[in-house]
Write a protein that binds this ligand. Structure first.
Ligand code: ADP
Ligand code: MG
Length: 137
């Protein structure tokens, strides 16, 4: 993995979530994140990947290294061409679910990561970008 060639994992079946977890874990460790942050990143990636599987059926997770002035970080882009999220503000509220979940996946991912951006259009799909910056030098 390097800056210009992101690692990509296709999400087609539930077992692909395991592949996402493994791939994201390796990338985070390689980048020097501590165990707590590695766990946070894996958990966020799992929730977003699971949502793709549940609500869109299939999609893709891309993982790449990003940098800003004096910091490096990991960016995950989770994208699908499913039904989209009709009301993003509502979907971000803890406990809101249209499925049988706990409604904690999206708010949890936002809390676990440093940045989260959701782009979604009804009938076109959803693209969620999350970033975690590595602390220290
Ligand atoms: N990729 C997605 N495509 C369409 N809808 C989504 C997607 N991800 C999340 N959602 C919507 O946002 C809601 C909240 O998601 P989340 O916080 O993960 O809770 P849960 O998965 O337990 O319902 C979901 O119930 C669903 O309606
Ligand atoms: Mg969820």
């Amino acid at each position: 993995m390097n800056d210009s060639f992101p690692e990509e994992v296709a999400l087609r079946t539930e077992t692909d979530i395991v592949v996402v977890r493994k791939s994201v874990r390796e990338a985070a460790i390689r980048l020097g994140f501590g165990i707590t942050d590695v766990t946070r990143i894996i958990t966020a990636a799992s929730e977003l990947a699971r949502n793709v599987f549940l609500y869109a059926g299939s999609g893709v997770v891309r993982c790449r290294v990003v940098s800003r002035s004096d910091q490096v970080g990991l960016e995950l882009i989770v994208e699908d061409h499913g039904p989209g999220i009709a009301d993003i503000d509502r979907a971000m509220q803890p406990g809101y679910t249209t499925g049988n979940g706990l409604g904690l996946g999206l708010p949890g991912a936002k809390r676990l990561m440093d940045e989260m951006e959701i782009e979604s259009e009804a009938g076109k799909g959803t693209k969620i970008t999350v970033k975690k910056w590595r602390k220290g030098t």
